[in-house]
Design a protein around this ligand. Structure first.
Ligand code: CTP
Length: 395
């Protein structure tokens, strides 16, 4: 692998001494390391030893006029191929999850447009604390990669999870992260979330989609190196970082955004698009005027998936979803043919399944070769498996 540029943020934990070895291992393998020390890190390792091993200047202060003149914090955060935080203390993880930027390390983490890998390290109780686990879930949602922690004896005399991963394990995770994945150079379009169809300026028709499955698919595709255009309706979940984000409200806007995003190598239509809109949305709020109930006249929305499949810019692989409440496989098999897509991910969205708006999914993948039943699993796992299958199919 060609040498990569690693921006290494060293946090203030006892495992900081292992980061010295990490620097050596990375340099042996031809990578360059630009080190950043938090104030607490200087209690465990000295800037001099870090700089001597890295062969580079150590950055420490947000408001260092010399550094800002030479290389501002924004540039520093963008010049690397990967930002690595090792050790990532509970405090640093909390700052990252909350979006705080009150020193150089946290500001770089907010300002970067690169992937971030953290190697957590802390006491077992701190690791197991609900706050840390909540922060970890948030960081995963934001697409932050993690390596470790491992289980073992701790410097504080306790035993459990919280030991920072060993330097060579972190090197492996770093190389996996900078190694261009199987979807490198591929453009994949993902639609996600519900659409909102206005009745009047204050009311709309919508559905219960949270956008969780679509967002998870976008993250999984990114992790395999794809460039992702993410066209989303008003979802409950936040959009993944590092996608080309197009936010829309209505089905008609979603169709326009999808057409504008083509060509793509593959497309995944995970959005729960409203089938109908008002024939004429009112310009002003509909009032109770004493003349009886309003009559809502519907018009059919364009079928985005079917339109793309019938168009001249149809991606090589088109994946649709089928939200069904009965006869899931039969309905979805018919839907695949009717819409002209290659695969359909079918799921039962009956309220009793808890799938719509929940964190798990139970899907059957339908292709021309038949139906493949997947076990019930987290939406992230469904997304990862689907992304891997897409990578395989694109070859
Ligand atoms: N879809 C779309 N545009 C629409 C409706 C649906 O692109 N106007 C896509 C969805 O993103 C999904 C697939 O078509 O990938 C199937 O959506 P689904 O709601 O299950 O099916 P419908 O076409 O709405 O059919 P029905 O309501 O009869 O089940």
């Amino acid at each position: 692998m060609a040498g990569k540029k690693i921006l290494l943020i060293i946090g203030g934990g006892i495992a900081a001494f292992k980061s010295l070895d990490l620097i050596r291992r990375l340099r042996e393998r031809g990578h360059s390391v630009t080190p950043v020390l938090t104030k607490a890190a200087t209690e465990f390792v000295t800037p001099l030893s870090v700089s001597a091993l890295a062969g580079e200047k150590v950055y420490q202060d947000l408001f260092d006029l010399n550094d800002e003149a030479e290389m501002g914090h924004i540039e520093l955060s963008r010049a690397a191929d990967l930002v690595v935080v090792a050790p990532a203390t509970a405090d640093l993880m909390g700052k990252m999850a909350a979006g705080l930027a009150n020193d150089l390390a946290s500001t770089l983490l907010m300002a970067t447009d690169k992937r971030v890998l953290i190697a957590p390290s802390m006491n077992v109780r701190m690791w197991e604390h609900a706050a840390t686990q909540r922060n970890l879930a948030t960081l995963h949602e934001d697409g932050i990669l993690t390596c470790g922690p491992n289980e073992g004896d701790m410097a504080c005399g306790e035993f459990g999870f919280g030991r920072m991963a060993e330097p060579m394990e972190i090197v492996g995770a770093i190389e996996a992260a900078v190694n261009d994945g199987p979807l490198k150079g591929r453009h994949v379009l993902v639609t996600s979330g519900p659409t909102h169809e206005p009745i009047d300026p204050v009311r709309y028709i919508a559905n219960r989609s949270s956008g969780a499955q679509g967002a998870a698919i976008a993250r999984a595709l990114l992790s395999l190196g794809a460039e992702v255009t993410f066209v989303t309706g008003p979802a409950d979940v936040v959009a993944p970082m590092r996608v080309n984000l197009v936010a829309v409200q209505t089905a008609q806007q979603m169709l326009e955004a999808v057409n504008a995003a083509l060509p793509a190598d593959a497309a995944v239509f995970a959005a729960a698009v409203a089938d109908w809109r008002m024939e004429h949305a009112a310009d002003q709020k509909i009032k109770k005027d004493g003349n009886g109930l309003p009559v809502l006249a519907f018009a059919e929305n364009p079928d985005i998936l079917a339109t793309v499949c019938a168009g001249t810019q149809k991606p090589k692989l088109v994946v649709g979803f089928a939200a069904e409440t009965q006869n899931v496989v039969e309905n979805a098999t018919a839907k695949r043919k009717r819409k002209g897509c290659d695969w359909i991910v079918a799921n039962d969205v009956s309220p009793s399944t808890g799938i719509m708006g929940g964190s798990e999914n139970d899907v059957t993948l339908i292709s021309k070769d038949g139906a493949e039943d997947w076990p019930r699993m987290g939406k992230d796992q469904v997304a990862q498996r689907l992304a891997e299958k897409i990578a395989e199919a694109l070859g």
